[in-house]
Design a protein around this ligand. Structure first.
Ligand code: TSX
Ligand code: MN
Length: 584
């Protein structure tokens, strides 16, 4: 498929290492996809679902010990340890290459090595970057065909350039003890071994589009962020774009596909992306963003016609489900939280017989759908735009019971970076470990930053100086609890009321009050037409408890202390300024 010498010589080297029986280039054709699907079904890697109800859909089950990303086995291997920073695992590249090469040695004997040329970002876009993933998993190939742009056209765009990310994946023995997800940012290389789970093996996603790309952005003056991108259309037909970062379990995909409440007729949300944004300064001095992905790799449990009808509709065809339950009555899928009657009998995610009385979960809590973005009913007309979309507002969020109000606006860019750097979520019963523990996750990038996070904060601060017309930065919290432990804000579609205030602030059309933590809306600044919420509750949602915030500042300081002298002055200044304002 190519005469590219850089590609061919690397491929030869990897063939020698892994020793596959065959090598198959993925061309992106429909025929080759069909063939891979048929082979996967024959080998038991995929189950073909009801083709009347779910055409082109399949179910895959991973090994029981291989159901999520493995942060403790994820490494950033830079020549200097300081360049990985205190929040990443680090190993000397030489040591790591030696360890990995021993694991890959002859790992593909008797197997086929697939060569997947893929593009992150639209064809012909100055934002876009190319990767080539070598894998011995058909499941990886079929998922990459949904999540990225794959095949001949990518090799054409690469031409004879050596500028591509080298990605090697071998399933090996799915041995947890020898599982490694390793980024070498200085070599544009990613190596993954002993896993078959999405986030560990679809190397274009977290490994490239966040870890490697964040490092590239640092070196090249752009940003790779863990953000959804949505377009908000008002009744006049004007669309403004928002990029938003949230830690896991805050409903990012749901927000990206939000359906406005009945009472806000005329508004519409368009999805550009649900997970990753690449941002660059545009010729007009604004910040522009693309979604480098082509599909959604969404969490299935909790996805329903109440929480996210657009996601459900996206998954009705050409979708790969991973670790959900199989409803044997009609050969379709089911998961906890799906508003379709619980099946009387199913096969659970482990492949065992399941009935509701067993008290176990039918679908794994981290079970997934892989679905083409183009099938989303609310996909943005700008989804493929080579120049991206102009970002009016950056929104950070978290799951906080008491601390953060429903929404606030930062004073300026530097303060906004501080707001992102102090992002946190409180653990719920759904996650492992204690409930209510504060986990700090700056910009939701803790697991995904490919370099020292102190340098990442500095990069954010630098970008602010370079963007002539920067977006305003906000913080939201859909999860504030009252004293009885009930959610105070209805969330979901009603979050549009908050997004509208955010956009109005960007346009200079909405009022706010100045507080110790930033600008907050007055209760009267939020449109509550058609919403059953009393004024006292709304005022409570928009209040700042200084005592609670002082405790949070203590926790912020402790978190930042791990960066030592590397913590940028801009962050130190904002921390001191917040502390001073809280004591006024
Ligand atoms: O995704 C959520 N969003 C964003 C939606 C655009 N969730 C789901 C949890 C994360 C996966 C939310 N859960 C949101 C939210 O805004 N808010 C809540 C909390 C909540 C849950 C239930 C109700 C209200 C708030 N009300 C009833 O169940 C009736
Ligand atoms: Mn994510």
């Amino acid at each position: 498929m190519t005469n590219n010498q850089a590609v061919l010589s690397w491929l030869e080297e990897m063939k020698k290492l892994c020793n596959p029986d065959n090598v198959v280039w993925i061309d992106g054709s429909e025929e080759q996809k069909k063939q891979l699907e048929d082979e996967s079904v024959a080998e038991g890697e995929l189950i073909r679902l009801n083709q009347e109800k779910l055409p082109g859909c399949f179910l895959h089950r991973t090994a029981e010990n291989d159901v999520a990303r493995v942060e403790n086995r994820t490494f950033i291997c830079t020549s200097k340890k300081e360049d990985a920073g205190p929040t990443n695992n680090w190993e000397d590249p030489k040591v790591m290459y030696a360890k990995l090469n021993a694991l890959y040695k002859d790992s593909m004997v008797g197997r086929t090595m697939y060569v997947i040329p893929y593009m992150m970002g639209p064809y012909g876009s100055p934002f876009s970057k190319i990767g080539i993933e070598l894998t011995d998993s058909r499941y990886v190939v079929l998922n990459m065909m949904i999540m990225t742009r794959v095949g001949k056209k990518v090799m054409e765009e690469l031409g004879d350039s050596p500028d591509f990310v080298h990605c090697l994946h071998a399933k090996k023995d799915i041995d947890e003890e020898n599982r490694y997800i390793v980024q070498f940012p200085e070599d544009n290389t990613i190596m993954s071994v002993n896993s078959g789970y999405g986030g560990n093996v679809l190397l274009g996603k977290k490994c490239f589009a966040l870890r490697i790309a964040s490092y590239m952005g640092w070196k090249e003056g752009w940003m790779a962020e863990h953000m959804l991108i949505l377009g908000l259309e008002n009744p006049q037909g004007e669309v403004k774009y928002i990029a938003a970062a949230f830690p896991s379990a805050c409903g990012k995909t749901n927000l990206a596909m939000l359906i406005p409440p009945e009472s806000l007729k005329g508004y519409k949300v368009w999805t550009v992306g649900d997970d990753i944004a690449w941002l660059r300064i545009g010729p007009d001095g604004r910040l522009w963003a693309i979604n480098p992905e082509a599909g959604f790799f969404g969490v299935a449990p909790g996805t329903s016609s109440k929480t996210n009808p657009n996601a459900l509709k996206t998954t009705l065809k050409n979708t790969i489900f991973t670790n959900v339950a199989l409803d044997t009555s009609d050969n379709t899928v089911w998961w906890e939280g799906l508003d379709k009657p619980t099946p009387a009998h199913a096969i659970d995610w482990k492949g065992n017989e399941w009935t509701p009385d067993m008290g176990t979960k039918a679908a794994h809590p981290n079970s997934r759908f892989t679905a083409p973005a183009s099938q989303c009913p609310c996909i943005s007309s700008e989804f493929e735009a080579a120049g991206g979309v102009p970002i009016s507002a950056i929104v950070f969020g978290g799951r906080r019971a008491k601390t953060a109000p429903l929404v606030y606006e930062s004073f300026d860019w530097q303060h906004g970076v501080f707001v992102g750097a102090t992002m946190a979520s409180e653990t719920t019963a759904a996650a492992a470990g204690a409930v209510g523990v504060v986990r700090r996750d700056p910009m939701a990038m803790i697991p995904f930053c490919g370099y020292n996070m102190a340098n990442y904060f500095a990069h954010w601060l630098e970008m602010g100086k370079k963007i002539p017309n920067p977006p305003k930065i906000f913080h939201v919290n859909w999860f504030r609890l009252d004293d009885e432990g009930h959610f105070m804000w209805p969330g979901f579609g009603d979050n549009l009321r908050v997004l509208n205030w955010i956009i109005d602030r960007c346009e200079g059309k909405a009022d706010a009050k100045k507080t110790a933590i930033g600008y907050l809306p007055n209760a009267s600044d939020i449109n509550v037409d058609g919403l059953d919420i009393d004024k006292a509750t709304l005022e409570d949602l928009l209040s700042v408890d200084k005592a609670v915030w002082k405790e949070d500042v203590a926790n912020q300081k402790e978190f930042f202390s791990q960066f030592g002298d590397d913590l940028p002055d801009g962050i130190k200044e904002e921390l001191a300024a917040l502390e001073a304002r809280l004591s006024e």
